[in-house]
Ligand binder design. Structure first.
Ligand code: G3P
Ligand code: MG
Length: 270
């Protein structure tokens, strides 16, 4: 088994440049625009998010597309498995109408399209979504695109899939890695049993598992803590007081306001 490299020099520099707490717009500003679309990412940047989070997966003909579910049924006007649809077929689908008529015409973007539009404007957390095909070529395809767009210093990889994270670290060692953990026992087991085998720099726990103790413990071990999915003001305020390093939120405006209000109410130390 290998060991972690939480203080690896190159990745540490990139992570240290992030504001604390970093506001990651979860699937873009997905409270206000259809998730994982260019409109949602554009809005996140306009809403002053520090970074965007997106879900990356392979479609039938091997293109990396930005999409969360296994099927297109919930968020588009189509049906079927993302893995069985070609990019051409996916591009026929409307990914905006089911959210709000104002967004009709939005399409499922490719990762390349997101990189071209926003790669130089924000930090991008790419969640590798190959959960039903743990060893597929997704990490290789994503790494190729990161290199092609020269975004090595502007992306973070995250996943619940440790095999994908190890692969990305091998391909692009300088890119920080976030280990996503399921709530409860399953997540704790992954960290204790596999943690030393996964080269991560930030723990990405569920809000259900977040605590002052967890944050302190991870900081002592040299890891950042980025919590998902945080949409309630009380949770945002609490995490801020606990010294969290980042939150994934669908509502960057709410997060920004809540953090500003908490910061303003802090008693200055003498
Ligand atoms: O990266 C945090 C979060 O995106 C993980 O869950 O299901 O929203 O992709 P999910
Ligand atoms: Mg995600």
């Amino acid at each position: 088994m290998g060991t972690n490299f939480p203080n690896d020099t190159n990745t540490d520099v990139m992570l240290k440049q992030l504001p604390r707490p970093t506001i990651f717009a979860h699937r873009g500003a997905s409270a206000h625009a259809p998730e994982n679309t260019l409109a949602a990412f554009e809005l996140a940047i306009r809403q002053n998010a520090d970074a965007i989070e997106l879900d990356a997966t392979l479609c039938a003909d091997g293109h990396v597309v930005v999409f969360h579910d296994n099927t297109v049924d919930r968020t588009t006007d189509g049906t079927g498995s993302i893995k069985q649809l070609s990019l051409d077929a996916l591009k026929e689908l409307d990914a905006g109408c089911s959210f709000d008529e104002a967004f009709c015409g939005e399409r499922i973007p490719t990762l390349s399209e997101v990189f071209e539009a926003f790669g130089q404007k924000t930090i991008i957390n790419i969640e590798l979504k190959n959960y039903s095909s743990l060893t597929d070529a997704l990490p290789d395809r994503v790494a190729e695109l990161v290199k092609k767009h020269d975004l090595n210093q502007r992306v973070i990889f995250s996943s619940f899939n440790p095999i994908a994270l190890r692969r990305t670290k091998k391909l692009l060692p300088e890119v920080p890695v976030g280990l996503l953990t399921l709530p409860g026992f399953a997540g704790k087991w992954v960290v204790s049993a596999l943690g030393r085998w996964i080269p991560y720099q930030a723990l990405h726990p569920s809000i259900q598992d977040a605590s002052q103790h967890l944050i302190n413990q991870q900081h002592l071990r040299g890891y950042r803590v980025h919590v998902f999915i945080v949409n309630h003001p009380q949770e945002i305020a609490c995490l801020y007081r606990w010294g969290v390093d980042g939150i994934f939120t669908s509502d960057p405006i709410l997060a920004r306001r809540t953090i500003a209000s908490e910061a303003a109410s802090e008693v200055p130390s003498t």
